[in-house]
Design a protein around this ligand. Structure first.
Ligand code: ADP
Length: 543
């Protein structure tokens, strides 16, 4: 376990004195209760996934104390959230709302601005407000995790599924607001949401979609309502604090089956992706599948890198192949994990087409799941694509001591030539900085999210520096070729936002206009996703 003593003391937010700040916090604890306002002045404990800190980014990249909060508050109701917002406006203290703070690889629970007050929405506001087994919908508060919703559905015996991301312990609202994905046909979480309830930075409460019509029973079934769809501006932004969200859930399809194919050569990626595209768009391939580079296949075994290779620099191809040869999947460069749904005879029809098409790629191999041991990673993927939360995926953190990870996540069309370009950008930069390539492509409908997990020893300032440089160069290289990230770690949000600069930064100008109108005092998550309020802009905060 990792612990960092505090060198810089309490991180008082800029613009307010320490005494004044502590007095203001006292005032807040009088209305919220002492237990619900907690100062962050103890040594920083990194904990682990299930006991993650809400004080700082456990997977730090720059200085440990750069992204620490000053305090954490735990509202227990919507009026208490409004009260916190009013308090922040009065004292001009930056707030940073989180749901559960398990946003690993993208900043965890950390605020962008040092000394912000974390508004931990999930601890006390964690009710499943509704599960409707007829409409297959739910309405949840920020503290509801994928696990919790799954367990409640099991308890009630409903025949509905929860689409879960790789790690099921995070908040449904947090993940959806970040545009996270899962692996069933309902993998696009933002696309599946219906209805938000939001506290604005000035304290007003409002509901989107049908939620604006008193007495409507369609809030979770029709996302648009009447007039402009305002939901979008609350995702990947700092325009409001979400207190409730509705979501469509998938009916139990009556069976499912996960399959695995391997492909021999690095360049097969081109043909594979071009084979996948038409099948996916036509819904022959039914889920958000994963195409993974073979290095991750040995890393998810949970073993240390040194058991495979103890040289510096990325693990050489021949060494990798030598180890793969000893595993049930054998020598290969890419693997495809997909899942088909419905009763067996429905699955068989599409699985036969998939087999026929995949086998056209020379050297392709179908791995019989029955040949895989029960502890093989395949079964974790099968579970997740079958609507059951899991967190086996985290085993790759054992790859290096003090394992931390960071996500580099650009998006491209599902096109072989694009994917090859992105893969080469990532490979070149990983080689340059001596980092093993943990690369996965998540197959959306017409697009791929390339998720590069940059795994590093967070105890080493030198490795952290290398990882930061690697990230910054990949972001720039990708943008030069026309690719942008769908999501990024706090510390790269300015850089990524700057790449979306068409027509003289028209998008950011629009976002800033919204920010200034909705949050005139600039108290809500300043800098999140590169959006800075007027009070901070051009004063040295951007990095
Ligand atoms: P998870 O636990 O699902 O990984 P987090 O709680 O870490 O998700 O949320 C991810 C990010 O989304 C946070 O850093 C924050 O910026 C934003 N966010 C999360 N919950 C809310 C909310 N209720 N209102 C506004 N923004 C939120």
């Amino acid at each position: 376990e990792f612990q960092t003593p505090r060198k810089r003391g309490l991180a008082v937010p800029a613009g307010i004195g320490r005494t004044e700040f502590v007095k203001a916090l006292d005032e807040l604890s009088q209305s919220l209760g002492k237990d619900h306002v907690v100062l962050n002045d103890q040594p920083l404990e990194d904990g682990w996934y299930m006991e993650h800190p809400n004080t700082h980014d456990a997977f730090m990249i720059m200085d440990e104390e750069e992204t620490v909060s000053s305090a954490c508050v735990y509202p227990g109701s919507v009026p208490e959230v409004q009260l916190v917002v009013a308090w922040a406006n009065k004292h001009l203290v930056p707030l940073y709302p989180i749901s559960m703070g398990r946003n690993l690889g993208y900043g965890g629970a950390a605020p962008r601005v040092r000394g912000s007050v974390i508004v931990d929405m999930g601890k006390r506001m964690n009710k499943i407000l509704d599960i409707n087994p007829d409409d297959c919908t739910c309405l949840v508060e920020p503290g509801v995790s994928f696990y919790a919703l799954y367990e409640e559905i099991q308890k009630r015996g409903y025949k509905i599924w929860v689409d879960t991301p790789d790690l099921g312990g995070g908040s449904i609202i947090g993940n959806t607001l970040e545009h996270g994905v899962g692996y069933t046909p309902y993998g696009d979480h933002w696309g599946a949401h219906s209805g938000l309830e939001v506290v604005l930075p000035t304290g007003e409460l409002f509901r989107t979609g049908m939620g604006a019509l008193p007495g409507s029973d369609a809030w979770q079934t029709f996302p648009y309502g009447f007039g402009p769809v305002s939901d979008g501006i609350f995702s990947q932004s700092n325009f409001g604090i979400v207190t409730k969200m509705g979501m469509a859930l998938m009916p139990d399809p009556g069976g499912c089956e996960t399959f695995l194919y391997t492909f021999q050569h690095e360049d097969d990626l081109l043909l594979l992706v071009d084979t996948v595209r038409p099948l996916r768009i036509a819904n022959i391939l039914e889920n958000v599948a994963q195409i993974r580079h073979a290095t991750i296949e040995i890393a998810v075994s949970g073993k240390r890198r040194t058991e495979f290779y103890d040289g510096t620099g990325p693990i050489p191809a021949e060494v990798l192949q030598g180890h793969l040869e000893k595993t049930p999947i054998g020598r290969c460069n890419w693997v495809y994990y997909g899942t088909q749904y419905g009763p067996e005879k429905i699955r068989k029809y599409k699985l036969d087409i998939i087999h026929q098409e995949f086998m056209k790629i020379p050297g392709a191999k179908r791995i019989d799941p029955q040949s895989l041991p029960k502890d093989h990673y395949f079964w974790s993927r099968a579970k997740i694509a079958g609507g059951q939360p899991d967190f086996e995926e985290l085993s790759y953190l054992n790859w290096v001591p003090n394992g931390g990870h960071l996500g580099f996540s650009p998006v491209s069309p599902t096109r072989g030539s694009d994917v090859l370009k992105l893969w080469k950008i990532a490979k070149e930069r990983h080689d340059q900085y001596g980092i093993d390539l943990f690369m996965t492509f998540c197959v959306g409908l017409r697009e791929l999210h390339m998720i590069n997990l940059v795994v590093y020893d967070r105890g080493s300032p030198e490795r952290r520096k290398a990882v930061e440089k690697c990230m910054r160069s990949m972001i720039d290289d990708a943008a030069k070729s026309g690719y942008g990230e769908y999501r990024t770690h706090l510390l790269f949000q300015d850089q990524v936002a700057r790449t979306y600069n068409w027509n003289d930064n028209a998008l950011m100008k629009f976002n800033e206009k919204l920010k200034d109108a909705l949050d005139p005092n600039g108290i809500l998550a300043p800098g999140r996703c590169g959006i800075w309020p007027e009070r901070y802009r051009g004063r040295g905060w951007e990095i």
